[in-house]
Design a protein around this ligand. Structure first.
Ligand SMILES: CC(=O)[C@@H](O)[C@H](O)COP(=O)(O)O
Length: 255
């Protein structure tokens, strides 16, 4: 089970809702992914205006846990304001803190992310910050009280996969709260690697919504995350420098 604050989830896949070719494909992809957590940008949702386009219009939102995110925020102040809007709409008390520090790489601003997370924790939110793969920053966010840490695999939408598995493994090793690898996943095998490293979950969007067949890819991601988790729990064999026979002859009576 994936436990985030007071919530428990069977699925370890968190899915974004943007950039699908149409709402029918989005709906089917979400269904086959078997995700229980959908994230969406509060700023793009028009949550208070029923007449405006709704990016979740074909989805039965009652069936999912919604994880609003503060995408578009460049400062802690903007992120806090956006989070409060989401909470006021009654959608959920979880918030993905996303404060972008650079528009080319879309990497998170560490100082503003810390500030926003601290403020939102004080306000009683369940806080999941999107952060870089900086090990010490992840530690500070956990010590502050964040309910999960979400280090990036690589830049949002880049599909580069996990560029620094060593840092991710340090973050996972030190963490007492769930670590959810967020952003940059390109293929099912990237998601499996994150889970084999010991991540508690994976958040992804572009790899599914931008695939040639988003529904097939959503299914593949579901299976990949499940496989990676099983492999992690099963415990991998140690790597050796030289070969060891798969069928040893010792103790056999055949000469
Ligand atoms: C939807 C969302 O929250 C994104 O900002 C997230 O980081 C996913 O990134 P990818 O699109 O690279 O999977």
């Amino acid at each position: 089970m994936l436990k985030i604050g007071p919530y428990e989830f069977k699925s370890r896949l968190l899915l974004g809702t943007g950039k699908y070719p149409n709402f029918d494909v989005q709906k089917e992809a979400v269904a086959v992914s078997e995700t229980e957590i959908l994230t969406f940008s509060v700023r793009r949702m028009n949550i208070f205006e029923a007449s405006q386009p709704n990016f979740l219009e074909k989805i039965d939102v009652e069936k999912y846990n919604l994880l609003p995110n503060t995408a578009g925020a460049k400062t802690a102040e903007e992120a806090v304001r956006t989070a409060k809007l989401a909470k006021a709409s009654g959608l959920c008390d979880m918030i993905k803190v996303e404060v972008i520090g650079d528009q080319k790489t879309l990497l998170p601003d560490p100082v503003e992310t810390l500030k926003a997370s601290e403020e939102l924790l004080k306000e009683g939110f369940i806080v999941l910050p999107y952060t870089s793969d900086d090990v010490l920053l992840a530690k500070r966010l956990e010590e502050m009280g964040c309910h999960a840490i979400m280090p990036g695999a690589s830049p949002i939408g880049s599909g580069q996969g996990i560029v620094n598995p060593l840092n991710l493994s340090f973050i996972i090793e030190q963490s007492n709260v769930p670590v959810i690898v967020d952003a940059g996943i390109g293929t099912p095998s990237d998601a499996t690697i994150a889970m084999e490293l010991g991540a508690d979950g994976v958040l992804l969007n572009t790899a599914v919504s931008g695939a040639e067949d988003p529904v097939k890819m959503a299914k593949a991601m579901n299976m990949a995350i499940e496989a990676g988790r099983l492999g992690y729990e099963a415990g991998r064999i140690p790597k050796k420098r030289y070969a060891t026979a798969s069928s040893p002859m010792e103790g056999m009576s055949i000469s």
